[in-house]
Design a protein. Structure first.
Length: 481
């Protein structure tokens, strides 16, 4: 590899100038361990805790809920963390890389699902953040939804470095606040009555497992957005480890705490339960913890807005070239913010059922994408892509790539009999299993396996020649590796 790879010590401009374009080696910076606090704070938000509420609601004990969370989040994070390695190898945001598997226009299918994920999370985040503010201030939705969304948009406009900075320092506040809260939950809440303690239920266990797995798999669409500035020579095992540590650790902790609270507090609610437990230390401490959580929600809204912008610009660029400048970034972020506010105002007050179905829908649409994308990177192309060709609609990756589209489509269709959307649709196989949802396993195996099969005829020699030309164009004659 060329010695042009940056040591990673220099800071970038105050307002990020890159968007969907390639990050040159000379601008690479950052430390691998920063991925851990970034993804810890990114996942340590109240919607994560809501996932843990589900286990006791479907009859599981807090202990079995925790086991389902450990296995589910651990499984889902496995796929998410392996996407992190794509950032420094390719120097691109996460979703635009999918053009290599789906084509520059064919990729619009997973793009649409991904934007839905980003905006959906922003909607739930702004609702919870407003409820948190309501503990100390009047909380009219018409005021706080636009204000909090605008604040997150400002963070996203400044971009990558500020997002990393905020996430890293919020980690320390969250660790302190929730370590105390978790101890208080174990020591001050009354044990559940015998009739409400829950126990073992296979269907409930699989439901909790699927929700925890799907929730963390959903972060796969973000990962390279925040690792693409790392030096190209970054250690893959260390990068994957730190990403996994942050995302899985926070999910297990907060979902597990949610299961504990739901098993001991009737009609559990994210905001009121945290306040109740925290106030057992001293009156007002619970409010402090909720406000710290609100800061984390605003920060992750910035992360979601940033990702939605990158994906939207990538989609538009496939049909009409978009200059990678600050202006389209700002326009894209403003549009994302407006959609978020409108959707948040329209959503019913009883959002928990909506949130559960939203998480499952994320799982359904993203599982076949992550399978195709990871199989292509690790088993087919082994991380070797012609970057300039990704931006060339007439290049080797084409506008429509039948391999990725067909594998994704068949994988998605194969999942349908296993779907279990409460009150919306329960597939015949899921119905036979008592409502248990195993669609993620089917989607991963079918989509990933078919893509590997379809890719056997790829002309890798021609692509390798294109890759070498691409590297010379991007980094100079001595940069081919």
């Amino acid at each position: 590899m060329s010695t042009k790879t940056s040591s990673g010590s220099a800071a970038g401009p105050v307002i990020e100038r890159h968007s969907i374009d390639y990050v040159p080696w000379s601008e690479r910076r950052g430390k691998l361990w920063h991925q851990a606090p970034f993804w810890f704070t990114g996942n340590f938000v109240l919607p994560t805790m809501v996932i843990g509420f589900i286990g006791p609601e479907v009859g599981l004990s807090a202990g079995f809920t925790f086991l389902a969370v450990v296995l589910g989040a651990g499984f889902g994070t496995f796929f998410m963390a392996f996407h992190a390695n794509q950032g420094p190898r390719m120097g691109l945001p996460q979703m635009i890389q999918s053009r290599a598997q789906f084509g520059s226009r064919g990729v619009i299918v997973p793009f649409l699902a991904t934007v839905f994920v980003y905006i959906g999370f922003m909607v739930f985040d702004v609702i919870l953040a407003t409820q948190g503010i309501g503990l100390v201030l009047p909380d009219p939705k018409w005021f706080w939804y636009p204000v909090l969304t605008a604040l997150s948009i400002v963070i996203a406009v400044i971009g990558h470095d500020l997002l990393h900075f905020v996430q890293r320092w919020l980690t320390y506040l969250l660790l302190i606040a929730f370590a105390i809260t978790t101890v208080l939950a174990f020591t001050t809440l009354p044990a559940p009555a015998a009739g409400h303690a829950g126990g073992w239920d296979l269907t409930g266990f699989l439901v909790e497992f699927s929700l925890a797995a799907g929730y963390n798999i959903s972060y796969a669409v973000y990962v390279s957005d925040y690792s693409r500035y790392l030096p190209a020579s970054s250690s893959a095992p260390k990068l994957i480890f730190f990403t996994y540590l942050g995302a899985a650790g926070s999910a297990v902790w907060l979902m597990g705490l949610g299961g504990l609270l739901a098993s001991r507090i009737p009609k559990v609610d994210a905001i009121s339960s945290i306040k109740q437990v925290g106030d057992n230390l001293f009156p007002g401490f619970g409010t402090i913890v909720v406000l710290v959580s609100t800061l984390a929600l605003i920060s992750i809204m910035g992360v979601n807005a940033y990702g939605a912008m990158l994906t939207s610009v990538s989609g538009l660029d496939a049909f009409k070239p978009v200059r990678a400048t600050v202006r389209p970034r700002v326009i894209g972020l403003v549009v994302v913010g407006l959609i978020t506010v409108i959707a948040a105002l329209a959503i019913p007050d009883d959002y928990l059922g909506s949130f559960n179905n939203f998480v499952l829908l994320m799982l359904y649409f993203l599982v076949p994408w992550t399978a195709v994308n990871l199989v292509d990177f690790y088993a087919v192309r082994h991380g070797r892509y012609a970057i300039t060709e990704i931006f060339n609609p007439k290049g080797i990756y084409g506008r429509w790539s039948w391999r990725g589209l067909l594998a994704y489509s068949i994988g998605f269709v194969a999942m349908i009999p296993f779907f279990a959307l409460t009150d919306l649709f329960v597939g015949p196989v899921a119905n036979l299993l008592g409502g248990a949802d195993l669609s993620f396993a089917v989607g991963l195996i079918v989509a990933g396996g078919l893509y590997l099969l379809f890719s056997r005829g790829l002309d890798r020699r021609a692509e390798e020649e294109a890759r070498e030309r691409s590297q010379r164009e991007l980094e100079g004659d001595g940069a081919v590796w």
